[in-house]
Design a protein around this ligand. Structure first.
Ligand code: B12
Length: 209
């Protein structure tokens, strides 16, 4: 069934994908469905890169994933969870991708971290303003395009200039992040999947004391 969902998304067979995903949520759970969708999106991205798919297909795939998220994410939401900390979360300047950020948000909230989601395509000042306002334990930055990696560094620098860097731990996430990118930007942790991001966010809260 996982393979069927994977193929239906890659081929952009919307009705099939939605039908299989609904059945799969009941059978194998939300996390596996989202994970399969993520893997399929990587192939959609490769097809776009290779010139087989165009921007319209990329938009269509994004829309299909969002429809699947509508009935999948509620299954991940928990009732009462003990609050262990807070996070300001957003997608950095120049980048409008938010599907992965929204999945990470629901999963990290289910672990007890309250999230202030400030949106997409955010200039560094918006992060600074939000940190001043919410005084969070963590800042989470999402970035999916290589051309916005610098925006993460600029955001860390802006937090330093505002004298706020030492008050927060910073985690970066998204398909284009890695250990070298983390070091380059000056962040404290990185994750290219939500589960790792949730684990590391909780570890960072522990380190903050
Ligand atoms: C759907 C999609 C779009 C949609 C986005 C819709 C939306 N609302 O998000 C639309 C059509 C808008 C789009 C636009 C573009 N896109 Co696009 N897009 C994709 C695609 C196919 C899927 C992305 C996705 O949703 N993946 C699924 C999610 C679940 O995965 P994820 O984002 O990685 O998130 C997971 C983790 O990374 C993590 N995570 C995410 N954020 C965070 C944050 C924190 C703090 C943590 C801890 C964890 C975390 O948790 C998530 C769950 O596990 C990718 C392909 C790919 N391989 O990523 C290309 C891709 C990202 N896009 C790409 C490009 C080039 C573009 C455009 C420039 C195309 C164009 N010519 O206009 C524009 C850029 C617009 C902009 N300024 O941002 C390239 C980027 C290449 C590069 N090296 O930079 C990719 C990689 C495709 C490719 N292979 O060429 N895109």
């Amino acid at each position: 069934m996982m393979e069927e969902l994977f193929n239906a998304i890659v081929d952009l067979r919307e009705e099939d994908a939605l039908k299989i995903a609904r059945e799969m949520v009941k059978d194998v759970g939300a996390v596996k469905v989202l994970d399969t969708c993520k893997k399929a999106m990587e192939v959609v991205g490769e097809k776009f890169e290779g010139g087989e798919y165009f921007l319209s297909e990329l938009i269509w795939a994004g829309d299909l994933f969002k429809q699947i998220m509508e009935f999948t994410l509620p299954a991940l939401q928990q009732g009462e969870v003990k609050k262990v900390g807070t996070m300001v979360l957003g997608t950095v300047q120049g980048d409008v991708h938010d599907i992965g950020k929204n999945i990470f948000k629901v999963m990290v909230e289910a672990s007890g971290i309250e999230v202030f989601d400030i949106g997409i395509d955010l200039p560094p000042e918006k992060f600074v303003e939000a940190v001043e306002k919410h005084k969070p334990d963590l800042v989470g930055m999402s970035c999916l395009i290589a051309s916005s990696l610098n925006a993460m560094k600029h955001t860390v620098d802006a937090l330093k200039e505002a004298g706020l860097r030492d008050n927060v731990k910073i985690i970066i996430g998204g398909g284009r992040v890695s250990e070298p990118v983390m070091k380059y930007t000056g962040a404290d942790a990185w994750a290219d999947d939500a589960a790792r991001g949730v684990r590391l966010s909780n570890e960072l809260i522990g380190k903050k004391g």
